[in-house]
Design a protein around this ligand. Structure first.
Ligand SMILES: [Zn+2]
Length: 673
């Protein structure tokens, strides 16, 4: 299963490089016509006699040449008895013949591949064999013939609907009930959608149709065949069926204590309540799958949410939640119990919020840390797992989206031996990542870096990290006090929320330490107002704060599918509003999201930061007084080179990194700020 995951990535990557979606060379004529033509030229069938000799699955059956290819693909299925004669698995010979006819592959390449494969038998699906050649299309623009592209091309060629299996959109329990795993494997197919009227079945073997006649009377539904990537089909066959089995088995075991919400269970208290075994192998499988799947999809959070009837599983990917699955409540409860158990949380306690953490590994062996938190809701315990990207600590500032200018302004502060540096922004704006990256850079063997966090987000061996523990009254301020006795050089305080913590930070800075911390404010200058509001005297702000950086995260356009478009009138207006009160000529073209398989059709992939860096210059210090005019501070900072968030954003739009919409969402134009 793991191998399959990598293969999947390898192919997706390939499609990306080749560009997608792709218009395949104009498809004219039907497959039937072409196949007949090929047979008439004596190419189909004859040339592949070797395949027949090997006697394996992909060999052309005897008598396959000629009429056999006149398979009525776009015509409704014929009775089983009639189609049986034509049943065969796709052969390399017929695929190559079609590719040559469409001008995608040269005759020479096709013949060479056929000769080479002659001795190897044909255990591999021919589309995979062709994709493995990494050929570029013989017709312009010479796109890479990857597996997904080939699948889509073949679908068009055969008049079948092309289908990309997006596991997030498939109700695996529903589709697994349509047929057995063995049956699906036998015909290289996978049911992908079940409605009251029809069953959509993805296949990689367009010429195997026997099953249609067998299934239709059993299901009493229309069957719609679609063509899908053979690697996806075999991968998801394994995943869906084994997962559906696990859910079913786990559900059977848990039956009896099922759908009642904790709300309703309160009423039921005292009645015998069967519980599920969190160590049940099926539950273990489901939890393992859930994680692997989340890593695979680059999710940052997994939400496991109880509802009255079913439990929902949602993933957050690039800041947006996607519903993944519905799982019976009984199974979800068992999953939550297992995860709590692994996170060393109190499994019995369900009415109090708890938190915990788990270290696990991605399929490629990278260590991943999951931070868990539970919350009692009306229908039971909701569990959220935050996945900490193991790459966070190895990223450099350029990857975080720092421009050269940002970098030099930031360094100006962080290279100072003592003082306070603040990072501001709402939750989820990447503040912690910035701080970790900075600390990591500063943590040389000669300095002692200590942190007090709530909670510790990433464990890094180069830092001495301490966690806030309200239960024993170890808050931020007490933490700093304790840290100070440990002879630190650099201190990171997770957040300054109260005067007590602010005072400790100031004391540390005044005694020769570099202090990094965060505040919740909208922009950099507001940090000064916030500190004044907390009760910090202006003269202490002036003597300790080195600077403030405000930041936001914006989604970056998917490099595989973004397209430049000439800037439209309303976009020009948006641009002008963004850069106001400055005037900055708009770019001639802006990139727009399109959507492809690599970005799950969202048009975006990954996120990058926007930064606004305020340096506490002598002139700004003069403006910080008990009654500070924050507008004047802002104007002075602009004059001294501070670039507001929205300008940083505009520059990222001009560079084609993100779209105008993304910037407007997180950094509105000046008037609304
Ligand atoms: Zn894309």
């Amino acid at each position: 299963m793991r191998t399959a995951v990598f293969l999947y990535h390898a192919f997706v990557g390939e499609i990306g490089r080749g560009g997608y979606p792709v218009t395949v060379a104009a498809v004219t004529g039907t497959f039937s016509e072409l196949a007949v033509g090929g047979a008439a030229r004596g190419n189909v069938g004859h040339g592949d006699a070797s395949g027949a000799e090997t006697g394996d699955d992909y060999a052309i059956p005897h008598g396959a040449a000629g009429p056999c290819y006149i398979s009525p693909m776009s015509v409704p299925a014929k009775p089983a008895a009639d189609t049986a004669v034509h049943e065969h698995r796709l052969t390399l010979a017929e695929i190559l013949e079609l590719l040559v006819a469409d001008g995608l592959v040269t005759r020479g390449d096709a013949d060479a591949l056929r000769a080479e494969r002659r001795l190897q038998g044909a255990k591999t699906h021919p589309l995979i064999v062709v994709a493995d050649q990494k050929w570029r299309s013989a017709s312009p623009p010479g796109k890479l013939l990857g597996l997904e592209l080939l699948t889509e091309w073949l679908a068009g060629r055969l008049g079948l609907e092309y289908f990309h299996i997006d596991p997030l959109k498939i109700d695996f329990t529903g589709v697994a009930e349509v047929m057995s795993a063995a049956y699906a494997t036998r015909f290289a197919m996978l049911p992908v959608q079940v409605t009251t009227r029809e069953v959509v079945v993805a296949t990689a073997e367009p010429f195997l149709r026997e099953w249609e006649g067998e299934l239709r009377p059993i299901l009493r539904k229309e069957i719609r065949r679609v063509l899908a990537n053979p690697i996806d089909i075999s991968r998801y066959q394994v995943e869906f069926f084994s997962l559906a089995r696990s859910v079913k088995k786990a559900n059977q075991k848990g039956e009896g204590a099922s759908g009642l919400s904790s709300f309703e269970q309160l009423v039921e208290l005292g009645k015998a309540n069967r519980t599920y075994d969190a160590n049940d192998q099926h539950i273990v499988n489901i939890v393992d799958w859930l994680w692997q799947y989340a890593f695979d999809q680059r999710a940052s959070d997994i939400h496991v949410e109880p509802r009255r009837e079913v439990g929902l599983v949602r993933f957050r990917i690039d800041g947006v939640l996607h519903q993944v699955y519905q799982i019976p409540m009984a199974v979800m409860n068992a999953m939550t119990s297992r995860i709590k158990l692994l996170g060393r949380m109190d499994v019995i306690e369900k009415r109090r919020p708890q938190d915990g953490r788990i270290k696990t590994r991605t399929p490629d062996g990278q260590e991943v840390e999951l931070r868990l938190s539970t919350l009692p809701t009306a229908f039971g315990e909701k569990l959220v797992m935050r996945i900490f990207d193991p790459d966070v600590l190895v990223r450099d500032f350029r990857e975080l989206g720092f421009s050269e200018e940002d970098q030099s302004r930031w360094n100006q502060m962080t290279r100072t031996p003592n003082g306070i540096i603040l990072v501001t922004g709402p939750t989820g704006s990447g503040k912690t990542t910035t701080l970790y990256t900075t600390l990591k850079q500063l943590a040389t063997p000669e300095v002692n870096v200590c942190t007090i966090e709530d909670p510790i987000e990433m464990v890094e061996s180069a830092f001495n990290q301490m966690q806030v523990q309200q239960a024993i009254e170890l808050g931020f301020a007490d933490g700093v006090r304790a840290l100070m006795r440990q002879d630190p050089d650099i201190i990171m305080i997770g957040e300054i929320r109260d005067l007590q913590t602010a005072e400790m930070a100031i004391q540390a800075a005044l005694t020769g330490h570099l202090v990094l911390s965060t505040l919740h404010t909208n922009d950099a200058p507001s940090a000064i107002t916030r500190l004044l509001d907390l009760g910090v005297p202006a003269y202490l702000i002036n003597s300790t704060v080195l600077g403030v950086m405000a930041q936001r995260l914006v989604r970056t356009l998917c490099p595989a599918c973004k397209k430049p478009f000439p800037i439209r009138d309303e976009q020009r207006e948006t641009w002008n509003a963004l850069v106001a009160p400055w005037k900055s000529s708009h770019p001639a073209a802006v990139h727009q999201p399109t959507g492809c398989l690599e970005c799950r059709m969202t048009g975006y992939q990954g996120r990058v930061g926007l930064y606004e860096i305020l340096l506490m210059s002598p002139e700004i210090r003069r403006l910080v007084k008990p009654q500070t005019d924050i507008a004047r501070v802002r104007d002075t900072a602009y004059r001294e080179g501070m670039r507001p968030l929205r300008i940083s954003g505009a520059m990222k739009v001009a560079a084609g990194v993100t779209s105008l919409d993304e910037i407007v969402k997180v950094a509105p134009p000046a008037d609304d700020a």
